[in-house]
Design a protein around this ligand. Sequence first.
Ligand SMILES: CC(C)(COP(=O)(O)OP(=O)(O)OC[C@H]1O[C@@H](n2cnc3c(N)ncnc32)[C@H](O)[C@@H]1OP(=O)(O)O)[C@@H](O)C(=O)NCCC(=O)NCCS
Length: 193
Amino acid sequence: MTALKGTLPWDWYSGTIPDNAIIDETAYVETTYSFNLYRSHAPVGLQIGKGSSIYLGTMFDVGTYGQVSLGNYSLMNSVRIICDEEIKIGDYALISWNVVLMDTYRVPFNPVERRKELVRIPKRKLRNIDAKHSARPIHIGANVWIGFDACVLPGVTIGEGSIIGARSVVTTDVAPYTIAAGNPARVIRHLEA
Ligand SMILES: CC(C)(COP(=O)(O)OP(=O)(O)OC[C@H]1O[C@@H](n2cnc3c(N)ncnc32)[C@H](O)[C@@H]1OP(=O)(O)O)[C@@H](O)C(=O)NCCC(=O)NCCS
């Protein structure tokens, strides 16, 4: 596989593709601004398959050990990926505007600790929240379609061919070929495989 490297000729932002991001040369990344919060030191912190498209507004907020992968011919439009462990997305996945996929919360639940974390932010180069918090991988199967403004929480697996309704909050696994929607997301009906 030949990978995209360095700067992108069409980019409005003066960034570069991280060395440990393996992006197939037939994939499209609209801007390297998507890597502004990317700080993975994993051998491969991001992998994007052939023909996939990453449009404006998508942010790879990937922590030191985070690993994100996106299959072939998938599409992400303004998606927020918050990953400290693993977020794996299959082939032909369609992820709509403003979807959030988070394998970790990063924010302390304890109010005193949360306050301390907010005080630390101005001292950080990226001014980001980065408190230690356990992460649980997210797996999104092939052919999944996630509607706009949906949120997928840590540890969730969405099975192949499923659809998640707009503005849903997915807190538990969704079986393959299922439509789920709402907050929390519930099964609406099943689809033919
Ligand atoms: C999930 C979706 C595809 C389902 O469409 P559908 O099969 O036509 O669903 P229906 O309209 O028949 O709704 C079935 C039931 O689910 C509920 N429902 C549908 N979508 C819902 C949603 N996003 N959140 C909560 N409930 C939802 C309906 O209220 C209805 O409930 P009821 O049976 O109690 O009346 C659609 O509702 C949706 O969310 N589309 C978003 C598409 C999108 O994000 N496009 C962006 C461009 S990629």
